[in-house]
Write a protein that binds this ligand. Structure first.
Ligand code: BYC
Length: 332
């Protein structure tokens, strides 16, 4: 599987691309490699800031996948049919898998899983703002698939061409699975839209609540995005926050028409001159509140994540005891 391509560095490994004699030359050589579209691998020399930027982004991404299991996991036992239950179970399990590929990719940069988890559990690390909103109805689960996974794919497909090889390879597999997730959400909503008035109203209510938070997933406007310039220079980011948000709006307006739902933005109109849809202003105060820990479910999500980690301590202990026993047997 994917881990075979991971290329984790060993302490005694020589870099596969030797660093030139001085730091400035090394940095120029590195920038030129990124500009030429080459992949950077775990054992290659890289500037400290490139390493830090990737650890930040990949770990935030991993945390998002793991915390993202909570709002949907909440509905596994209440899904309306066996078919929907098995689909949701598989989807939530996929998200857990994505988190693991991403933690593994971050580890190739020299950070340990324990450090990453401690940062999450103590509230130092960020995860996507979107997972701090509640899922009170079954329609929320369809809308997460359609809009949240839809936004995730829009943002993540360009990451398959990210300059850091282990991250790019992880993203290829993740994007394939996300596209299934998006379609199952759309399918679930389509079924409800063909149902009763009450079901249609439930879908519309969920779309109304998720629309703006989903647009926030793409991050601040380009002019306020502190990391965009360096991430773009190094080929980590291929398409800007605002461009991706626009592509998402343009694609989603058409899908909403097929579903027969409205999007809750009176300013949403086609602009023939730009060849794109115009849309209303995003509430950035809400965004930063949520990012800084004050969203509707931030406390609940973190508490659930920490509890799951603590409850799983015996599994980690058992795995360590088993591997120590095997090592002792091998030595004997
Ligand atoms: N939420 O300079 P900027 C999924 C932070 S998983 C929270 O533009 P950058 C799914 C940003 O981190 C979805 N924080 O940053 C899972 C930075 O703060 P720090 C997750 C956000 O990195 C399960 C500051 O704002 N996807 O979809 O250039 C089920 C300034 O921003 C957010 C990824 O992680 C946000 N929405 O661009 C279903 C994809 N936006 O770090 C679905 C990988 C911004 O300086 N990540 N911030 O403290 C990325 O592509 C980029 O990191 C972002 C932000 C576009 C998100």
């Amino acid at each position: 599987m994917y881990t075979q391509a991971m290329d984790v560095p060993n302490a005694d490994d020589a870099p596969s691309v030797a660093a030139p004699a001085n730091e400035a030359e090394a940095a120029a050589h590195f920038d030129a490699r990124c500009a030429a579209g080459e992949y950077v691998e775990a054992k290659d020399w890289m500037p400290d800031n490139y390493r830090k930027t990737l650890i930040r982004q990949i770990s935030q991404h991993a945390h998002s996948e793991i915390v993202g299991m909570l709002p949907e996991g909440n509905w596994i036992s209440r899904a309306p049919s066996l078919k929907r239950k098995t689909i949701l179970l598989a989807k939530v399990q996929d998200e857990g898998g994505h988190g693991l590929y991403l933690y593994a990719a971050a580890e190739t940069l020299g950070v340990s899983r324990d450090e990453l988890l401690t940062a999450l559990h103590t509230g130092r690390a960020k995860y996507s703002s979107i997972f701090n909103y509640p899922t009170p109805t079954w329609a929320d689960i369809g809308v997460i698939g359609w809009l949240v996974d839809g936004a995730a794919i829009m943002n993540q497909v360009p990451l398959c061409r990210c300059s850091y090889g282990p991250y790019a390879r992880a993203m290829v597999r993740i994007c394939r699975e996300e596209s299934f997730h998006q379609r199952q959400g759309f399918d679930s909503l389509q079924t409800m839209m063909q149902g009763t008035d009450a079901q249609r109203a439930m879908v519309q209510d969920a779309v109304n609540r998720w629309w703006w938070p989903v647009l926030m997933m793409f991050g601040p406007h380009d002019k306020d995005s502190q990391h965009s310039e360096t991430s773009t220079k190094w080929g980590i980011k291929r398409i800007s926050n605002d461009e991706l948000r626009q592509k998402f709006v343009d694609a989603t307006v058409e899908q909403a028409k097929v579903l027969g739902v409205g999007l809750p933005d009176p300013a949403l109109t086609w602009n023939a001159e730009r060849g794109h849809h115009d849309f209303g202003a995003i509430d950035w105060t809400e965004f930063w509140n949520v990012v800084n820990g004050h969203g509707p479910c931030n406390r609940e999500r973190l508490a659930a994540k920490v509890k799951a980690h603590d409850d799983g301590a015996w599994v980690r202990e058992a795995a360590l005891a088993f591997s120590a026993k095997q090592a002792a047997r091998a030595a004997a």
